[in-house]
Design a protein. Structure first.
Length: 356
């Protein structure tokens, strides 16, 4: 009967719960204190480096009256934050261990005395060291730039992975978090080499600590150019992101371009633009002979999300639009989708990223 009555420990046995966690076996835990205690206090811990930037990848160990035994633990995200649910009426201490050193040097530091149910406690600490800086500055405009090529980039951070180990675990675990950010910029080869050598560098389109965004850049010279997605300023956590890069040439139109008036000789499904998108995207397609054409959007599970067209189309160039609304009239979730065109026995597909 205790399995289905978790409050029996506190209400029936008179135990005062400090914290309860579920344990995966490799050191990763998740908080289940609220299942075993009716009185819950919240502790928000934020760790910074010595110049005030968030310190990621810090393992935060919470102890209570039994010194040397952890009540619960967690790891800071890209914002330097981790949150704990704790029992009421208890004293709690804390220890930080991570890439920039430990706090305190020995033992633990007091963070809560007599926790109160319903209270939220905020605790912050700055370490004595700091993480590497990207050392980027805005590059001056070129005096006589070329306009032969244009690069459009849209990107989205899906999540971050926090790597750490705790207590006597012999393996390092990875915790998937619904946070994350990156630095983004565009540089020529000389400045790219400076950056990879940890030297100051000049760049264009510099964005710091962003989770999503878009860059449109006309390449001003014929040299090599680099679009860089960097997590250098993070000590331990890794970012998983999607990026779509489109390169456009400022040359004469192709033979299948609608502006030429020529008729297509084969079915084509062009890359949607913009892609990723957050309001509307345009899908161009070509039909060499009149017939039924269906274009639909599918999620990564293969389920049909939206039908954009399903009818007969005459020979020529056509386009449809999608605004992120599914067949039920609801806005879809952010993420990757598959665009599929079916014409008779022929099928064509393109990837599509929606940013909500």
């Amino acid at each position: 009967n205790y399995l289905n009555n978790p409050l029996v420990y506190e209400n029936g046995w008179g135990k005062v719960i400090s914290a309860v966690y579920n344990y995966r076996g490799d050191g990763y835990v998740w908080d289940v204190t609220e299942r075993y205690s009716e009185g819950i206090a919240t502790l928000n811990v934020t760790v910074y480096d010595s110049i005030g930037r968030p310190a990621d990848g810090y393992k935060v160990t919470i102890e209570t009256i039994y010194a040397g035994y952890a009540a619960i633990w967690g790891v800071t995200n890209a914002l330097g934050q981790v949150t704990f649910s704790l029992g009421d009426g208890k004293n709690f201490t804390l220890r930080l261990d991570g890439p920039l050193g430990s706090y305190p040097s020995f033992g633990t530091a007091s963070v809560i005395t007599g926790s109160v149910a319903g209270m939220t406690y905020d605790w912050e600490h700055s370490m004595y060291l700091y993480q590497p800086e990207h050392q980027l500055s805005q590059a001056p405009d070129y005096p006589n730039p070329l306009d032969d090529y244009k690069m459009d980039i849209e990107y989205l951070v899906d999540y971050e992975l926090a790597y750490q180990w705790f207590l006597n675990a012999n393996s390092e675990f990875a915790e998937k978090m619904n946070t994350g950010s990156i630095d983004v910029f565009i540089a020529n080869e000389e400045n790219y080499n400076h950056y990879t050598s940890l030297e100051p560098a000049e760049a264009f389109g510099i964005e710091e600590n962003v989770a999503s965004g878009a860059i449109s850049f006309i390449l001003p010279t014929a040299e090599s150019w680099y679009s860089v997605f960097s997590a250098r300023e993070f000590s331990k956590n890794a970012m998983r992101f999607n990026a779509v890069v489109n390169i456009y040439s400022n040359g004469p139109p192709g033979v299948n371009d609608p502006s030429t008036g020529g008729l297509p000789s084969e079915f084509t499904l062009e890359t949607p633009y913009p892609n990723p998108f957050n309001s509307e995207t345009v899908i161009d397609f070509a039909v060499p002979e009149t017939g039924e054409v269906k274009i639909a959007v599918f999620n990564l599970l293969g389920q049909e999300v939206a039908v954009l067209t399903d009818k007969a189309h005459t020979t020529g160039h056509h386009s449809v639009r999608w605004n992120g609304i599914d067949n039920n009239g609801s806005v879809v979730s952010s993420g990757m989708y598959l665009l599929r065109m079916t014409a008779g026995e022929k099928q064509f597909s393109q990837k599509l990223c929606y940013l909500r």
